[in-house]
Design a protein around this ligand. Structure first.
Ligand code: BTN
Length: 265
């Protein structure tokens, strides 16, 4: 698979010889973090055919059966302060939508902050994790993405069957996971080159594609659930919510999860 993905990238692409594909691992994000701590360079890509401990946001698991999904993590070494990277997950979501659209011809929408959805069902999730040096400076960022590709409904556990979908279910065609991986690598490397210079244009696309905006939502914290309407995306990726008690707040993706009040989105 490495050779096939590399062959689909331009011969001069700097990440071409930094791709490793594994049959199985616990979590490509966890494994790549260990490589990052041992000095792996910007653009190192880890892909697994299966994950035994795939992870999502807020301590959730990400179902990662063998041969069905694309489970990929990419190591970035941004030369900036962590405070300048607050929009990184938004940028990754837009880049992933671009890559999926180019490869299979459908453009997912985005459920704030990190889920890609089609037809009100989850197609993919993104998990961004940062690593810091001893002096508190940013050492690396890992972007992990899991895309449901070849799953039939039976490949999902019963509790996910009504809220998840796959590219094969949506397109009724076989999905070339190597071609999708190459498109993602291309889109993520372009995104990392323009992360600080193209932020405004990227956020405009994010807002356009974000299915959460205008919806009635529940904002779920560890100790509370509040209801409101999602109004806007801030420049740092936070969600502006007008709550039913009349207050308006910007909520941060690190502290809340969002539920649609009438379904998954
Ligand atoms: C979410 O749904 O909250 C995010 C899911 C992210 C899953 C991907 S699969 C590749 C990488 N490795 C992981 O353990 N998680 C991410």
């Amino acid at each position: 698979m490495e050779q096939r993905i590399a062959s689909l990238l331009p011969p001069t692409h700097p990440w071409r010889d930094r791709i490793t594909c594994l049959a199985s691992t616990d979590s490509t994000n966890t494994r790549l973090a260990a490589l990052a701590k041992s000095g792996a360079p910007h653009g190192t890509v880890l892909i697994a055919d299966a994950q035994t401990g795939g992870r999502g946001r807020m301590g959730r698991s990400f179902h990662s059966p063998a041969g069905k999904g694309l489970y990929m993590s990419i190591l970035l070494r941004p030369q900036c302060a962590p405070s300048e990277l607050m929009h990184l997950t938004c940028a990754a979501a837009v880049a992933a939508c671009d890559a999926i659209e180019r490869t299979v011809g459908i453009r997912p929408q985005i459920k704030w902050t990190n889920d890609l959805v089609c037809g009100e069902r989850k197609l993919a999730g993104i998990l961004t994790e940062l690593g810091f040096g001893a002096n508190g400076t940013l050492s690396y960022a890992i972007l992990g993405i899991g895309i449901n590709c070849l799953h039939t409904p039976e490949d999902f556990p019963p509790e996910l069957r009504s809220i998840a979908t796959s590219l094969a279910q949506l397109t009724h065609t076989p999905i070339d996971r190597a071609a999708l991986a190459a498109a993602l690598i291309t889109a993520f490397s372009q995104m990392s080159d323009t992360l600080l210079t193209q932020k405004r244009a990227m956020l405009d696309v994010y807002r356009r594609d974000c299915v959460t905006l205008g919806k009635q939502i529940s904002v779920v914290r560890a100790d509370s659930i509040r209801h409101g309407t999602a109004l806007d995306i801030c420049d740092d990726g936070a969600l502006t919510v007008h709550f039913s008690d009349g207050s308006t707040e910007n909520v941060n993706s690190g502290e809340v999860s969002i539920r649609g009040m009438y379904g998954y989105v």
